[in-house]
Design a protein around this ligand. Structure first.
Ligand code: CIR
Length: 254
């Protein structure tokens, strides 16, 4: 059974961290309605939801992806790169305790889950402003015993690795070559986003379907052409907070 951990949008989302985007007005009611539709898409994709309590005072707490990396054998609780987000991990730790052995990133390591792309036994980790070399070293040490290799990936001009590249099928990546060098992902085919859609690289593969944002119609057409089944979602409000479809859930096999 697939589990999807989610958390409602905080009414303080407008005070979110922003790195590459200008601050724009966020409609919180619309954000909440869009988040509910996103949760329905997760259910349509075969997930059972585990909704965490809202954390009203933590603006970015809807972006649960950044708080943990859940693998088949173990889960790693992150230490988010933004100080304002560190308190988000506590409730996620409690939620994951029943499902996995838990390990954690410790200081001086910082890691956002949005920087970790798992392909088979390889964890590609974005060397971003949020995830540092200390955490990449810790991941390598922790996960060696589970036979994972950890590979640091340089990024340019985007917040997280998964802003630039995500999986859209077991054997296919969706890549924005402006943000990351696709040749670094050896042995796996890739499809480029439409260059007019810089945030189109963030797709959420759930089972055999891809949850995909309405804001990227050109790349969506490319995916459909490749035979990929899409569930469309409108994420306009969380997109203004620099979040995409992967960011709002932690999906794993129970
Ligand atoms: C942040 O800057 O931390 C949030 N405003 C957005 C986080 C998005 N998370 C993700 O891409 N995994």
């Amino acid at each position: 059974m697939k589990i999807a951990i989610t958390r409602p949008v905080s009414p303080a989302l407008a005070e979110c961290e922003l790195t590459y985007m200008p601050r724009r007005i966020i409609d919180i009611r619309l954000a909440a309605a869009q988040h509910q539709a996103y949760e329905k898409a997760l259910v349509a994709g075969g997930c059972e939801l585990r909704r965490l309590e809202m954390q009203a005072t933590l603006p970015d707490s809807v972006f649960v992806e950044d708080t943990a990396v859940v693998l088949d054998e173990v889960a790693i609780i992150t230490r988010p790169g933004a100080e304002s987000r560190r308190a988000e991990t506590e409730s996620v730790t409690e939620a994951l305790r029943g499902y996995r052995e838990l390990l954690g990133i410790t200081p001086p390591g910082t890691l956002d889950g949005g920087d970790v792309l798992t392909v088979g036994r390889t964890l590609y980790v974005g060397a971003s402003a949020r995830s540092n070399s200390a955490s990449i070293k810790q991941l390598g040490e922790m996960l060696g015993r589970f036979n994972y290799q950890v590979v640091a990936i340089p990024l340019r001009g985007c917040l997280h690795l998964k802003t630039a590249v995500t999986r859209v099928a077991p054997d296919l990546l969706l890549v924005n070559p402006a943000f990351v060098d696709a040749a670094l992902f050896s042995g796996i085919a890739w499809l480029a986003v439409d260059p007019a859609e810089p945030h189109a690289g963030n797709a959420l593969l759930v089972g055999e379907t891809v949850i995909y944002p309405a804001s990227c119609p050109r790349t969506r057409a490319r995916l459909i052409e490749r035979g990929i089944k899409i569930i469309g979602v409108d994420m306009s409000e969380t997109e203004k907070a620099e979040g995409g479809v992967t960011c709002c859930s932690l999906v794993f096999e129970a």
